[in-house]
Design a protein around this ligand. Structure first.
Ligand SMILES: [Zn+2]
Length: 87
């Protein structure tokens, strides 16, 4: 049904991605309020869970912080909420 398709599109998690200093790819899945649902890190074909959380998720520009499982750094990146598209 068309109505269901629209609702699913709105509910679809959004995703942000960045590079850690160690060149691992850090990914976070966000809900509609830009709260982090889950984080992951990938490097050389390996994927690990990466603890992640958002800071100032109610703002237009908010930060996502990851704890990189490969190098142990806390990596903080700023994202513009309006620029994030559905994953
Ligand atoms: Zn790293």
């Amino acid at each position: 049904m068309p109505q269901n398709q629209v609702n699913q599109a709105l509910m679809k998690p959004r995703r942000v991605q960045t590079k850690c200093e160690c060149q691992a790819t850090l990914v976070a899945t966000l809900d509609d309020q830009c709260h982090v649902l889950g984080g992951a890190a990938r490097q050389s074909g390996a994927e690990e869970n990466a603890p992640a959380h958002s800071i100032g998720a109610h703002l237009d520009r908010f930060d996502v912080a990851w704890l990189c499982p490969f190098c142990g750094r806390n990596t903080l990146r700023t994202f513009y909420a309006g620029a994030i598209t559905a994953a």
